[in-house]
Design a protein around this ligand. Structure first.
Ligand code: URP
Ligand code: ZN
Ligand code: ZN
Length: 458
């Protein structure tokens, strides 16, 4: 049966309009005033906004982390449920091959973990952790299976590659019109300073951010931008966290370079004082790059307001506090790195950004959905309330007030880094390709997610 959403205000990144929305099957088929609803299921959105389903462009739902070989607490089953419960209908997960493994094997492995299991739609950024002639040839194979975006690392012993590898990978990706995102931290310096902290017995989480200060991010961003300039191709910087790195991006853009910047909710809602919390509570916040100063936080919000930052995704990467994070209790460097976020991103950005008067709801739609879809080549299938688009729809009620708590969350992790955060606004109903998948924060239909096939821009 067709569905007609009535009484709501449709919002895009560029405007809003009171309109009804007709859904048939998986697609939006009509928009307009007073649509005929005879023979259709009517969905009442009075007093609410009709938003395109949110897209999280950076998750690690199935991470086997080098630090102590910890498996992430969430997997595709639990993490995707956490996503749709609060309005995120598509994720781009970081698929990471084994050392010596092929991209094709990794792609097949990620498909086997997601297919028939995921409750939201999904695709992947394929990580390139080694660079050789075989890898180079495999880039084309990824485009053939609809995967157009890649990730490389300048940090982490087990994941990082050389500048030459990044340069050549950009050149290869450019041939097909895809995009590379890079984790920008100077890995050599991070590792060396960590070693020195350990030798000096500086082992509490207080020292963790000092091992990865703003300078190591800024240096890596400058280097990545130089590599991209030499390759003459736009690139993406993932999880940018500092004022200093953002200033590097602004300078590159002034020189005419095209650069995309992602930041994450934890850099916008938390500050570095978390690392001084007693009883190893700081371990909950160990992530790379680290949580930064309030000055950085203010600068990132300014970057969001002035358009210097393009997208907000989460870097969702969960480890249980009691059994996994705790491994770093006597040595911060043994703490598995990463924070949850896929579930709470919409409420945090709405509360701090929109209700807090920093950004418009239109800007939030761009940051959390439309601009991510455009950047990662899934627009207008995703990221739009438009005729022909997938009926991925969030009916967003701006009125409810709540409090984030581990007790209420869907995610399978035993803590919430935003515990006690007062929220405004919530996803009242969530539709994934026309199917109601969540209502008032609870998943009502699971495992309906599908792989999103993308095409390169070449
Ligand atoms: O600490 C983090 N961010 N863990 C996930 C891996 C990454 O660097 O994105
Ligand atoms: Zn990263
Ligand atoms: Zn990440």
């Amino acid at each position: 049966m067709a569905k007609v959403i009535k009484g709501g205000v449709v919002v895009s990144a560029t405007g809003r309009i009171q309109q009804d929305v007709r859904i048939e099957g998986e697609k939006i088929v009509e928009l307009g005033s007073n649509l005929d609803d005879s023979g259709s299921e009517v969905i009442d959105a009075t007093g609410c906004f009709i938003l395109p389903g949110f897209i999280d462009g950076h998750t690690h739902l199935e991470l086997n982390n080098g630090a102590g070989s910890q498996n992430s607490a969430d997997n595709f089953y639990t993490g995707s449920k956490a996503a749709v419960a609060k309005g995120t209908t598509t994720i781009i997960d970081m698929a990471t091959p084994d050392k010596g493994g092929t991209l094709k094997a990794c792609f097949a492995g990620w498909n086997s973990m997601a297919a028939g299991v995921s409750s939201c739609d999904y695709t992947y950024h394929m990580s390139i952790i080694e660079w050789n002639e075989e890898m180079k040839a495999e880039v084309a194979d990824m485009f053939a299976v609809g995967l157009t975006t890649f990730k490389m690392y300048m940090a982490y012993e087990n994941l990082r590659t050389s500048d030459k590898a990044i340069f050549e990978a950009i050149e290869e990706i450019k041939k097909h019109g895809g995009m590379l995102g890079v984790h920008c931290e100077n890995g050599d310096l991070c590792d060396e300073v960590t070693l020195r902290c350990r030798e000096a017995g500086e082992l509490s989480t207080h020292y963790f951010p000092l091992t990865r200060p703003p300078a190591v991010e800024a240096e890596a961003v400058e280097r990545y931008l130089t590599i991209a300039e030499m390759a003459d191709y736009p690139v993406n910087i993932v999880h940018l966290s500092t004022k200093r790195a953002l200033e590097s991006v602004r300078r590159a853009r002034q020189r005419g370079q095209k650069v995309f910047v992602e930041t994450c909710p934890h850099y916008l809602a938390l500050d570095e004082s978390v690392y001084d919390l007693p009883n190893f509570e700081g371990g909950k916040y160990v992530c790379s790059p680290p949580i930064r100063s309030l000055e950085d936080q203010v600068a990132l919000w300014e970057g969001i307001i002035d358009g210097s930052i393009n997208t907000i995704s989460t870097d969702h990467c969960t480890f249980n506090y009691k059994t996994q994070k705790i491994l770093g209790k006597d040595d911060f460097s043994k703490t598995p790195s990463g924070l949850p976020g896929v579930e709470d991103r919409p409420a945090i950005i709405y509360t701090k950004g929109v209700a807090g008067g920093k950004i418009t709801l239109e800007r939030m739609v761009g940051l959390l959905s439309e601009d991510i879809a455009k950047q990662f080549l899934m627009y207008p299938q995703k990221g739009a309330i438009a005729v022909g688009s997938d009926a991925d729809i969030v009916i967003w009620n701006p009125k409810p007030e709540g409090k984030i708590s581990v007790k209420m969350q869907v995610s399978n992790v035993d803590y919430n880094p935003y515990e006690g955060f007062q929220t405004k606004g919530a996803a009242q109903e969530v539709y994934l390709r026309g199917i109601k998948v969540a209502e008032n924060g609870q998943v009502v239909q699971e495992k309906t997610g599908k792989y999103v096939f993308r095409k390169g821009n070449a």
